[in-house]
Design a protein around this ligand. Structure first.
Ligand code: PYC
Length: 328
């Protein structure tokens, strides 16, 4: 949407610049924000969502940056572009993106999307099917406001691979897909607490660089896990997202990847509940069903809560040197 006008201010006519406007609804899921783009985003046309995501990446990266990067956004912000679905039976389509690029799927973002659609009166409690670039997901808005997401098929592709991390030596971890690619490491040297954020971030960045260089270039999330310091959670994690920000939520796709590892190791039975806690203490509950035991493929379901917190119109003034965001 574009607006430009001569306006009368204090008796004088002043020219207000042409501005693009983008209507958004902001939510957070366990502390991790999602900015749902309702109108004014890039026009990606029709067709399969992975093709539209590629178009977004190729031709409209400035929109991504304008919406989620500073000064309008922050490194933690995940954008969710609402689009018409393509896969049969889907009610909505969504393309997730963040401060450095596009995401395959996003668990916390899907919960944010569902509560935002409810806030807009576009859905009621019940089931809704959502198309994403990496597959369709089934979400359910429960009467108590929580949201369950049956994620895309998740699986582990490498078990306890040894990675040489400069400054740290050999680090072992699993490579798994949960809608994004993860390297999962049992954290034993640093506490999974907010006062250790710098050390956790620095270590995870080095791990990611080493994992990428040593045979796994697609891994863009690092998930450190260990016991929860409190009661009632099976595990706490620290997830480094593709930029330098960490996930404030327990990470839906990361929890899916974790479940794929637990299932492959026989450490969590089909249908049993797993409580995953984030480094800030927010929680998801999760369970899985087998899709293919031979291939180690599971269908994880992640449940959590999200809150709508702002509705806004972003204004893009071409005269602003940072109109399209501060790019990393
Ligand atoms: O919840 O899947 C997730 C997620 C991915 C990146 C940030 N959150």
């Amino acid at each position: 949407m574009v607006s430009a006008a001569w306006k009368i201010s204090s008796g004088a006519a002043i020219y207000l610049p042409t501005m693009k406007s983008i209507r958004v609804l902001d939510s957070h899921t366990g502390g991790e924000p999602t900015r749902l783009v309702l109108d004014g985003g890039p026009e990606l046309g029709s067709g399969p969502l992975d093709e539209r995501a590629a178009r977004f990446r190729r031709d409209f990266d400035a929109y991504r940056s304008a919406i989620v990067n500073e000064p309008r956004g922050a490194d933690t912000m995940v954008g969710a572009l609402l689009v018409p679905p393509h896969r049969a039976g889907c009610d909505f389509g969504v393309i997730f993106f963040n401060n450095v690029g596009l995401l395959g799927m996003c668990g916390h973002g899907t919960m944010g999307l569902v509560v935002s659609l409810a806030q807009l009166g576009r859905i009621k409690p019940g089931r809704v099917k959502i198309d994403t670039p990496v597959g369709a997901v089934d979400a359910e808005l429960h009467a108590n406001g929580s949201v369950s997401v049956e994620n895309v098929p998740s699986f582990r592709t490498a078990h306890q691979v040894a990675i040489d991390v400069p400054g740290h030596g050999i680090v072992r971890g699993d490579v798994a897909w949960g809608g994004n690619w993860f390297f999962l490491v049992a954290e034993t040297s640093r506490p999974l607490t907010l006062d250790a954020l710098e050390a956790l971030t620095d270590f995870s960045r080095r791990v990611r660089q080493a994992v990428n260089a040593q045979g796994f270039p697609a891994v863009d999330h690092v998930e450190l896990y260990g016991p929860s310091p409190g009661t009632g959670a099976d595990s706490r994690n620290f997830v480094l997202c593709p930029g330098q920000a960490y996930d404030r939520s327990p990470c839906g796709t990361g929890t899916s990847a974790k479940l794929a590892c637990l299932a492959a190791d026989g450490q969590l039975a089909e249908g049993a509940t797993w409580v995953q806690e984030s480094v800030i203490g927010s929680r998801f509950t999760a369970r899985y069903r087998w899709l293919d035991r031979t291939k180690g493929e599971i269908a994880p379901t992640i449940t959590g809560t999200a809150q709508v917190m702002a509705e806004a119109t972003l204004l893009l003034d071409e005269r602003d040197p940072f109109c399209w965001g501060i790019r990393a």
